[in-house]
Design a protein around this ligand. Sequence first.
Ligand code: BGC
Length: 391
Amino acid sequence: MTFPTEFLVGAATAAHQNEGNNVNSGHWYQENLPGRPAELRSGDAVDMYHRWEADLDLLVELGLNTFRFSLEWSRIEPSEGFFSRAEIAHYRAMIEGCFARGVTPVVTVLHFSLPQWFEARGGWLAEGAVELFERYVAAVAPILTDVPWVVTINEPNLMAIVPVFEKMIAAGIPIRGLPMPDPEYVPSAIAAHRAAVRALRAGGVPRVGLSLAMHDFIAEPGGEAALQAHRAAAEDQFLDATEGDDFVGVQAYTNLRFGPEGVLPPAEDAEKTIVGWEFWPNAVVTAVRHAWEYTGGRMPVLVTENGIATADDSRRIAYTRAALTGLEGLIAEGVDLRGYVHWTYMDNFEWMGAFGPTFGLVAVDRETFVRTPKPSARWLGRVAAANAIVD
Ligand code: BGC
């Protein structure tokens, strides 16, 4: 079986995790507070800010046809109200670099990292936060008018969970499983997405959507009600917020198990990835199905992230092959799935795990920045080139 013509197969990145030296971002500020361990800093990341041309050349050489990357708000608006023409031109050059190589760009306007000045004035809950975000989005819309896939916000549903994590860490409460989004943050996350859609549409951007962190939900005995409540809060209210969008981006990695009290830890005997998640290729299949069915099939779906953190690259291939096989089945059933973008292009800065969890198709030498494709990169490139799952 082959994928539909023009099915996209590529790899995803995000600015803070790859560019390096995002010195005006809130993440940078936090990472560099006195006393923070040096090994948990993003630092140079993988220096993609300077190496993006060679990185695009390598992507093409591998056979991949799609590249997802994000714009860094803290570079474009490093201080409130100053929009850097030079940085906007930098991202425009990346978009043109994709087109020049026949690569489809998928551009994310906000992938977690916020300018420190925005954090300092109170972040998403402060008065005028959504309006400030909308002004930034309006400033970048002119460079996105020919980009076929524009993601407003990466995982606004996870963005609304991060404050819960922060409160738990501050209170010394151990994090087990994924908490529900903070209800205080949900309205801002949704309003920010809607504002971004408005600004992008007003700027002439053709196809706009968000991407969501999704799971394969599994009810253990007595866990059905907890499952339903969690899915409604973590996924469905955000799928409701896609009303009027042009596509939905699905990101899924693993399952979430539920008992009568809520989320359970991963099954003890299951294979785990470096970040402790169950090896669960079906996650993305169930997630795409849920996004498609819940939204009544009113818009196409794009897998904007899927992958595993592993040191054993053969498990990455096995996982990805199984995920793609399941997705192929969904397409055969009539789901309008337009592509598969793997997380992630190269081993990069994995937020709280720093450089430990290796999700990449390509390894990076941390001293020299030399890139070395893993067998999974070559394999996925051959899938892209053949437009079919290959051996
Ligand atoms: C995020 C990525 C992250 C990945 C793996 C997704 O939730 O969008 O930035 O690296 O998960 O943890």
